[in-house]
Design a protein around this ligand. Structure first.
Ligand SMILES: NC(=O)c1ccc[n+]([C@@H]2O[C@H](COP(=O)([O-])OP(=O)(O)OC[C@H]3O[C@@H](n4cnc5c(N)ncnc54)[C@H](OP(=O)(O)O)[C@@H]3O)[C@@H](O)[C@H]2O)c1
Length: 275
């Protein structure tokens, strides 16, 4: 079986300015082959620049890292295709050179600030704004990426979605978030069924990032808010490195490529998932 890592890879990561996305960019960059190209997207250019610097500290410039400050709440397929093509051009590579192309759809927001239950949701603009970022841009970015890299007999294509337990299980006052994650999961399952794309929905567990902080502060349901606070106090919240290391092992195993939803806690802490 051909190795998942160590190949000349084009890798796009959304939300790479901080948190899990930043860690994904940094850790994946250590595992890909020379000549690889990374494209990192988020709104904060300074966050992306510092992620790039960190990547290049480990790679002696044998990979190219392009960054672009993009607000994914304003989906634009034409712009996404230009960004992908120009990252390749700036890196001096052509599409056909890559053995593996992958997109990591990591960026998302909670949409829990209003603290609403589903029966109270009546602000159309707020709903549309939430889904423009958390669903529409997910769809448009995927299709833009797959248009730039159409099916080929020599190139593996992967789509990784950083999902959530909320895709499978409802959380009170988190209706918009859970629905977006469930829809994103299903889109990847459909994609995997329709094409030869390797697709994985990865639920990272509770991870110590800004989103987790928001969950603790702003979750309106008191039981859920208490759960987040107590998990943190009990030391049950993971580091980004913990979840990303396990994600990489799951990807290397290539056991989960048909759009499966796989959670951090379902995978044992073993080393034999590497190939
Ligand atoms: N942390 C957890 O416990 C946990 C649990 C389950 C699932 N997840 C999922 O893991 C993923 C990463 O979350 P995280 O915990 O790493 O959160 P985070 O630290 O808040 O990072 C979110 C990332 O998304 C980017 N982003 C936010 N709004 C954006 C926009 N409009 N356009 C472009 N980029 C935008 C942010 O960058 P800018 O602000 O620079 O744009 C940032 O890089 C999310 O999909 C989240 O749902 C996290």
């Amino acid at each position: 079986m051909e190795s998942y890592w160590n190949r000349k890879t084009f890798c796009l990561v959304t939300g790479a300015s901080r948190g899990i996305g930043r860690c994904i960019a940094q850790e994946f960059a250590k595992k890909v082959g020379p000549g690889s190209v990374f494209l990192l997207l988020a709104r904060s250019l300074s966050g992306l620049e510092s992620c790039r610097e960190e990547i290049l500290r480990h790679r002696n410039s044998d990979i190219f890292v392009s960054v672009a400050g993009v607000d994914l709440a304003q989906p634009n397929g034409a712009e996404y295709q230009v960004l992908i093509k120009s990252a390749m051009e700036q890196g001096g590579r052509t599409m056909a050179e890559f053995d593996h192309v992958m997109i990591v759809q990591n960026a998302a927001s909670l949409g829990i600030m209003s603290g609403l239950q589903v029966a109270e949701m009546d602000d159309l603009k707020e709903i549309q704004t939430y889904y423009a970022f958390n669903l529409d841009s997910f769809i448009i970015l995927n299709s833009s990426f797959l248009k730039v890299f159409p099916e080929s007999s020599t190139q593996c294509r992967s789509v990784v979605h950083i999902s959530s337990d909320g895709a499978l299980e409802p959380f009170k006052t988190w209706g918009l978030y859970c629905a977006a994650k469930a829809a994103r999961d299903m889109l990847l399952k459909s994609l995997a069924l329709e094409s030869g794309v390797h697709a994985l929905n990865w639920a990272p567990g509770c991870v110590n990032t800004d989103i987790y902080e928001e969950a603790v502060k702003y979750t309106a349901d008191p039981d859920l808010a208490r759960f987040f606070e107590e998990s943190r106090k009990a030391g049950k919240v993971l580091s980004c490195e913990q979840t990303v290391t396990k994600l990489m092992k799951v990807l290397a195993s290539k056991q989960f490529i048909k759009g499966e939803h796989v959670g951090y806690h379902e995978i044992p802490d073993v080393s034999n998932l590497w190939n």
